[in-house]
Design a binder for this molecule. Structure first.
Ligand SMILES: Cc1cc2nc3c(=O)[nH]c(=O)nc-3n(C[C@H](O)[C@H](O)[C@H](O)COP(=O)(O)O)c2cc1C
Length: 136
């Protein structure tokens, strides 16, 4: 099975999750600036909320790489939201890509909120999540 990990981050929170996820999958996490060069059976996509939406570069990545994505599994952080599915589903639906019901989401530090998140416990949890998804 071919696994890939991509992420978008502004302050590093999502990169922490993506790096932990990638280590569990035995691959390297890359920024969404790095296109997929081969078909990914599972793409773990790290993205977070900015004004109730995902960054435009995440949308562009999905559209530009749709031929190399079989299924997206989201991993993300945010100050208060619980899931990234809503904004991402708008893109995957149009692009004809499967968006997994499985998702990992945790709090991310933002200004004075959620200090230190994602923390070590979050990183262990995302590793467990990835291991479980890969072995489903
Ligand atoms: C400009 C901006 C807008 C944000 N908007 C939201 C939001 O609408 N909802 C939310 O729950 N968190 C929001 N956040 C918090 C981020 O989603 C959170 O800090 C996340 O962990 C950032 O991940 P990153 O460090 O990988 O960029 C916002 C953060 C920034 C900087």
């Amino acid at each position: 099975m071919n696994i890939a990990v991509r992420y978008y981050t502004r302050s590093g929170n999502t990169k922490k999750l993506a790096d932990a996820a990638a280590s569990a999958a035995g691959v390297k996490a890359e920024n969404v600036d790095v296109p997929l060069t081969e078909k990914a059976d599972i793409l773990f996509l790290g993205c977070s909320y900015y004004a109730f939406d995902v960054d435009a570069s995440v949308k562009e990545f999905i559209v530009n790489n749709k031929d190399n994505i079989c299924k997206i599994v989201l991993i993300g952080t945010s100050a208060m939201m619980k899931s990234m599915k809503k904004p991402v589903r708008k893109i995957t639906k149009d692009a004809g890509i499967e968006l997994s019901e499985e998702e990992f989401h945790c709090k991310g530090e933002f200004k004075f909120a959620n200090k230190g998140r994602p923390n070590e416990e979050d990183l262990e949890s995302v590793k467990e999540f990835v291991g479980r998804v890969i072995n489903l």
